[in-house]
Each structure stands twice: as C-alpha cells, then as structure tokens.
Design a protein around this ligand. Sequence first.
Ligand code: 13P
Length: 341
Amino acid sequence: MNLDQLAGTAEAMVQPGKGILAADESSGTIKKRFDAIGVESTPDNRRDYRELLFRSTEAMKNYISGVILYDETLRQNARDGTPLVKLIEQAGAIPGIKVDLGAKPLPFCPGETITEGLDGLRERLVEYYRLGARFAKWRAVIDIGEGIPTWTAVQANAHALARYAALCQEQNMVPIVEPEVLMDGAHDIDRCATVTEFVLKIVFQELYEQRAVLEGMVLKPNMVIAGKKSPQQASVDEVAERTLTVLKRCVPSAVPGIAFLSGGQSDEEATAHLDAMNRIGGVPWRLTFSYGRALQAAPQKAWSGKPENVAAAQRAFTHRARMNGLASDGQWRRELEERAA
Ligand code: 13P
C-alpha cells in the first residue's frame, strides 16, 4: 500500500468545486433508465450514451473530479476507437469502478440484503487498476421499515464494506465506502437520523477492525432526510443541519471527503441540500457530490436515444454538473440570488 498515492487520489476526488459522476449503473439499472426514455439497452446504445457524457468537455474539465464506471464501460471504446477511460483521463478526471456484485437477500432477515462480491475481489482489483481505475465503489443497502434494519444486516454489510475497503487500499485504489440508508419508506427524518448514525458508527468500527486507512478513502453516505412517502418533509436547512450533526458524530476528521449519493432526491433538491451544508461549513472534510440520478436524469431525457439530441443532452449534463460544482463550494444559492437581482 502506498498511502501517499491513496491520499493524493482521495484529495483529487473531493477537490474544491468538483464532484463525482456515478455512471456505474448495472445492466439491470441502466435498462430501467433507458426503458423510461424509450431506448433499447444494447451495448452500443449504452456506449453512445456514456460517450456523450464523457465528451461533455466543459462539464468534465471544470466540475467532475472522477467517474464511477461499470465493468462493461471500463472495457468499451468510443465510436472512433478511443477507450472511454481515455476520454475521462483526457478531461482531467479520474476513472473509477463499481466492484460490488449487487445486494442479495440476507438469510433469515426478511426484507434485508447483503452486498456480495468479496470472493476473488483482489484479482479483479489488480485487473481494474491495469485498465486505468484508481478508485472503486461498493454500495451497501440499508432499508428502513417495521423492525428493520436489524443488527444482523447492519453488521454484515459494514463488515463487507470494511473488507472491501482494505482490499482496495492494498491495491492502491481508493475505496468509496457507500452505506446507503434508503429514502424509499414513509419514515420521518428522526428515524433516518437514528438509523444513519447507527450505521455509520458500525461502519467506522469495522473499518478500524479491518485496518483500513481513513486518509485514503471517501465516504459516500445518504443525507439525513424524511422518507419519500412521509407526509412530513423537512426543509432544505433542516436536512443540511441534521445531516451535518450525524456526520460530525460519526466520521473521523482523518477522512478527507464525503461525497453524497442523491438516492432519489430531485435534481434541485440534491443541489440545494449540498449547497446548504457547505454554507453552514465548519466541518473537517470536503463535502461534495457523487450523484447518479441527480446528474443524469436531465441529460437522459434530453437525449432520448437520438443522435440529433446529443448537444442538448450535453448542455443538460453540463448545467447540472455546474450547479453541483457551485453547491460543493456553497455558492449555488448565492449565484441564483445574484441572477435574480
Ligand atoms: P444516485 O445518486 O442516483 O443515488 O446514485 C449514486 C450511486 O452511485 C448509488 O450507488
């Protein structure tokens, strides 16, 4: 393990004004996204779509520090034969790779999952590094419901995250540690805060036990937010304050940065929440984005699989990337207000 290299990569991933594009949808997830815009999910269509994003030069150069890829994309070439990884590197961003193999039902824990993919991971990481990836992602999924999450599920997922993180660092790849507490339920923000705090406490305990080095990782948590089906939605400022309170209780200051997932928030909400947190400030880590849906919903809709829409899709992506870049500096609302004045 080369800690200087790891820390350097982690710092670059969370550098001021930039954040991470999560473009690592599995084949199943990208099919769902393409179904919604009436596009068939073929390897060529997936390539065309992702090429469009990575060739959005203004967005990639100015607002995107790294891109999380799916295995297929890491091996794909653009239409002109240039590896997609090269397009990302040429824009000055760092290629990364999703390495978990998805969340599977956890035995004897109805409604809960365990993320798989540890077997053979060391060998896969060696290959991914050779293909250009300098960081990785592993997503654990924690659902909130009646009687869940259980200790069994939280502990098993935290343990897997920590095993993954240590394996990544051994291969000089920065682990994005993603314990996602879902916002799908009808729970209120208090319950999300309680569960998120519990999950993060256990995750950092497990990281310590597996000897992961906090300076060489990036945390990708959910925000503390009411469930989508809750009648009591919290304000932007409340989400920002509650999220920071939980993070301050759980995340050691040795962690260089926190890059949030959007988790089903609207584009604007995800931007507003990040901006509000950075306006409050006073925290020891960089706070930025690692958004999938909140960066891609607009360009996907604009593209709709038509070559003549590529420029419009790139404009939509650039706009969202710029808004989130501003939010990562706490400058988004200020700019909106200035424009309105
Ligand atoms: P969302 O921002 O759409 O939640 O995706 C981020 C991600 O990478 C989830 O694993």
